[in-house]
Design a protein around this ligand. Structure first.
Ligand code: GTP
Ligand code: MG
Length: 335
């Protein structure tokens, strides 16, 4: 029935934005969390330096990309240049050292696509995932962080979308729904498409930052201080944007033919990416291009069953935003 967007919503944009902003503020990590993270990182640094003298640690993911809510795990990349051991071997060595150092719940996941060690630090109460030589994740973390500096509405929208996804249980890659990283890319792309745009496309601008990771050239304009005010022509409130975001993914996105790409700031076709067929476990039922690893579809985890779950949730959220005077309680109702 109501597959069409009505021209009006019932919420008052000012009031609904105030409610959404209160939720956003409550999700921001408190200052002491930052301190505890630093403490964990310092002791991890001491430990790894004792094993590999060339080792360096980099934070990535939500603890470094400006999209981290409170109490999230931290993601660390251990970089060792000129190491001859495989990543799985490094992961095993590190796991043994962490156990010897009285860390808790130490688990080495050596068979994952990216081998990691998971553990929790009893002193700070923080859980941590450590991967090895995964510099692309460090670079895309910087890209996301840089986008977040351009217009505050990106961080606000992404927090709301991530919070919604957690409440509705559609942020679980092991069950075929999308990662937080994928949701943030969806938000960036969405804000690049607004008219007037809220965000530019940094990878289409003259590069001021360039690194090569393996055979991938990562380059983009990173002088984002010069872009403050870029989105000012666009007057949409947070409530407007949340409404339009869900409306887009519920009723407007062409799941059959298109790929979203923050790298180009455009839509690409599945045909040009050769993402039209299922290959192995990769189904390409919702296509989100990674900004640097362009052969990588963040939607590849979504299968025939979970695409229905996901699209039903987008439609549910869009209807709530469309019909409710005060949409927040229903929007974030636990699944
Ligand atoms: P939360 O932990 O849910 O708060 O979010 P997060 O920002 O840490 O995201 P997530 O755990 O999904 O991903 C961590 C980081 O891994 C991302 O920020 C990316 O830098 C990197 N990454 C690169 N490729 C992928 C991928 O295919 N899937 C996921 N999940 N992460 C990727
Ligand atoms: Mg994370």
């Amino acid at each position: 029935k109501s597959n069409r967007r009505e021209p009006f919503h019932r919420f008052d944009a000012g009031k609904c934005t105030t409610t959404l902003l209160a939720i956003f503020e409550a999700l921001i990590p408190p200052a002491d969390e930052e301190k505890r993270r630093k403490q964990l990182l310092t002791s991890l640094d001491e430990l790894v330096s004792g094993i590999w003298s060339e080792a360096r640690l980099f934070l990535f993911g939500s603890c470094a990309n400006a999209f981290g809510v409170c109490n999230s795990d931290i993601d660390v990349c251990l970089s060792i240049e000129g190491e001859s051991a495989t990543r799985s071997e490094v992961v095993c060595t590190l796991a043994e050292a962490l156990k010897a150092n009285h860390m808790q719940n130490v688990q080495a996941l050596t068979h994952a696509r990216v081998p990691i060690v998971k553990y929790s630090d009893p002193k700070t109460g923080i859980s941590c995932d450590v991967c090895v030589n995964n510099m692309l994740a460090v670079v895309n973390t910087k890209l996301l962080h840089d986008y977040a500096q351009i217009d505050v509405r990106l961080r606000q929208l992404a927090f709301i979308v991530k919070h919604w996804a957690k409440c509705r249980q559609v942020n679980e890659t092991y069950r075929g729904t999308l990662s937080s990283y994928a949701y943030v890319l969806m938000c960036i792309h969405f804000l690049q498409q607004r008219r007037p745009p809220v965000l530019p496309c940094l990878q289409e601008m003259e590069p001021t930052y360039r690194v090569t990771v393996g055979d991938i050239d990562c380059a983009y304009f990173d002088k984002v201080d010069n872009l403050k005010g870029f989105g000012q022509q666009n007057k949409e409130t947070l409530a407007d944007l949340v409404w339009s975001f869900f409306d887009y993914w519920a009723f407007r996105h062409d799941y059959t033919h298109t790929v979203i790409s923050i790298r180009t700031g455009k839509y690409l076709s599945k045909v040009e990416k050769d993402w039209t067929r299922r290959i192995g476990n990769e189904c390409h039922l919702i296509c989100i291009e990674d900004p640097f690893e362009v052969s990588h579809d963040l939607g590849r985890v979504v299968d025939k069953h979970s695409i229905r779950v996901l699209r039903d949730e987008f439609r549910r959220a869009a209807r709530i935003m469309q019909q409710e005077v005060n949409p927040c309680p229903a929007l974030f109702e636990p699944y």
